[in-house]
Design a protein around this ligand. Structure first.
Ligand SMILES: NC(=O)c1ccc[n+]([C@@H]2O[C@H](COP(=O)([O-])OP(=O)(O)OC[C@H]3O[C@@H](n4cnc5c(N)ncnc54)[C@H](OP(=O)(O)O)[C@@H]3O)[C@@H](O)[C@H]2O)c1
Length: 302
């Protein structure tokens, strides 16, 4: 089975159905990081997600270095809006045109690239100056510094406003078997031609074999029960649990990519098997499990 590719919204970006979240890459782990990027490419992964926020910009720098020889073969996504405080103790949300126009220059320098394929507003609030922000992104498209723009938001009142009143092509959302809150908003995103890039698809490993801990509204016991259910579905159908976690979001129309954070060689290797399994999984695979799970919804920013 080969990697499948999907178009992001109204863009001409054709992304692999599995994307690589760069946030888990560890600075200084050079051999492993090179291995991960090389193997991701061999698996057909072409989508890389980073941000100016991760490791205070060092994550972008790392990605810039790792893909310097074949930059044009990757669809590179980064994010903007959060500015580290001078003392490094945290960051401020800076929703202004001037900041976005300045921040993109810094990101391009770190990424060692003339352009970013998908530049995403890294959050946002309903109080932000919407027109000014959209104006900044439109200007960057005109200048060829970014190819498309999107948002990364789980605040319905924010992302729906961008979906309906701007040219965003995508929304990155935490979305997994555990966190099905985005589903309520899929029809409205689809209606506006907006694709979803799912992140947190393995719930930081909690959907796999990581020691259970509290997650969202789920208690440790509930997380453990769901892990056990997933492992027994995997065993019964002779599939890997990674493939089940990655495929669930992809079974919902606006989702074009399951983005997974990879830290180790073993984790990237596990995706090889997962690709083989993806076609064997459909919504029925999850029916019993989902029926047993509570329905959860976003409670704020609706
Ligand atoms: N607001 C935003 O825009 C936002 C927020 C968060 C993330 N993101 C993006 O989305 C990407 C993914 O998000 P995420 O890292 O939060 O979620 P994730 O993909 O669910 O979790 C990644 C973690 O899952 C574990 N993992 C991966 N493959 C595994 C395997 N085969 N077996 C066991 N464990 C495995 C690893 O944990 P260990 O490191 O513990 O081994 C890895 O660091 C990030 O890299 C980032 O690019 C965006």
């Amino acid at each position: 089975m080969k990697m499948q590719y999907n178009k992001i919204g109204k863009s001409d970006l054709l992304v692999s159905q599995i994307g690589l979240g760069a946030m888990s890459l560890v600075q200084g782990q050079d051999d492993t990081n090179s291995y991960i990027i090389k193997h991701a490419k061999e698996l057909g992964i072409n989508y890389l997600d980073t941000s100016d926020l991760y490791d205070k910009g060092k994550n972008e720098k790392l990605i810039g270095k790792l893909i310097s020889s074949d930059r044009d073969q990757w669809i590179l996504a980064s994010k903007v809006g959060n500015r580290w405080k001078e003392d490094g103790s945290g960051w401020d949300w800076v929703p202004s045109k001037a900041y976005i126009l300045k921040a993109v220059e810094d990101s391009l320098k770190r990424l060692n690239s003339d352009y970013i394929d998908l530049y995403q507003l890294h959050g946002g609030t309903i109080e932000d100056p919407f027109d000014e922000i959209v104006d900044a992104f439109e200007q960057l498209v005109q200048q060829g510094k970014i190819r498309y723009y999107g948002i990364s938001s789980i605040r319905p009142n924010v992302f729906i406003n961008y979906a309906e009143n701007s040219n965003i092509v995508s929304n990155m959302m935490q979305y997994s078997i555990f966190d099905r809150r985005p589903e309520e908003y899929f029809p409205r995103l689809e209606k506006n031609g907006i694709s979803v890039l799912a992140r947190g698809t393995v719930a930081q490993g909690l959907l796999l074999k990581k020691a259970a801990q509290k997650y969202l509204t789920y208690s440790v016991r509930e997380v453990l029960e769901i892990q056990n259910e997933i492992n027994s579905i995997a065993k019964e159908l002779d599939l890997s649990s990674v493939s089940l976690a990655i495929k669930y979001p992809l079974l919902h129309d606006p989702v074009v990519c399951s983005v997974i954070g990879i830290r180790t060689k073993e984790q990237i290797n596990s995706l090889g098997l997962a690709i083989e399994d993806l076609t064997k999984i459909d919504l029925n695979t999850f029916k019993e499990l989902i029926n047993k799970m509570p329905e959860i919804h976003y409670s704020d920013n609706r």
